[in-house]
Design a protein around this ligand. Sequence first.
Ligand SMILES: CC(C)(COP(=O)(O)OP(=O)(O)OC[C@H]1O[C@@H](n2cnc3c(N)ncnc32)[C@H](O)[C@@H]1OP(=O)(O)O)[C@@H](O)C(=O)NCCC(=O)NCCS
Length: 188
Amino acid sequence: MKMTWPLSTRRLCLRPVLATDIDAYARMWADPTVVRYLYHGVLDRAGSVDKLSERTGNGELAVGHWLNLAVELHGEVIGDVGLHLQEGPHRQAQVGYTFLRSVQGQGLATEAVGAVVDLAFASGHVHRVSGSLDARNARSAAVLSRLGFRHEATLVDNEFIKGEWTSEAIYAITAAEWIRAQGSPRPF
Ligand SMILES: CC(C)(COP(=O)(O)OP(=O)(O)OC[C@H]1O[C@@H](n2cnc3c(N)ncnc32)[C@H](O)[C@@H]1OP(=O)(O)O)[C@@H](O)C(=O)NCCC(=O)NCCS
């Protein structure tokens, strides 16, 4: 699906990730607090360059691929939101998101993730959007709960990450639930 960029929200602009966004991404991924519950640890500049190169794309929403968007506030990149459309008949999608520590606590992640969930359902392809997170990642769980996602499961000790067993919490919302929720004021 061809998209028109940027995607604007009340405070933010979302657009495909560029290699020139490296300074902001390197800052996010060098912060131990930010990467605490991600699959990878702290990255140095070279590691960030490698990882960022996996996120740059043509900005198309395509089944079987991640669409990674840089989130800008006043022209500065402050975070990253990803949307993955799964292949197959089930019409499922996943979201992922990471923000600089300096901008957290203002509802910006909720605003950006909400826009991407809107995009997913507006595509007409997606029936359900889910987010998976380390069960200890309360801030991430709060983003999805604020948007109306349901806590569907916690898989106990199902992953071994950075030397420890971790539990994965799964949150989700269906297209019908999302559309119904649009009748009430959005949290952003
Ligand atoms: C997960 C993450 C994006 C959440 O960030 P966050 O700042 O907590 O989320 P938001 O930007 O939505 O901000 C929510 C906070 O802003 C407040 N807020 C202020 N204005 C708001 C508004 N208009 N709308 C919603 N919340 C608002 C909320 O009350 C909440 O405050 P609290 O932190 O005191 O509870 C962030 O912690 C992060 O990047 N973590 C590291 C990476 C990571 O773990 N990613 C998830 C992997 S699954």
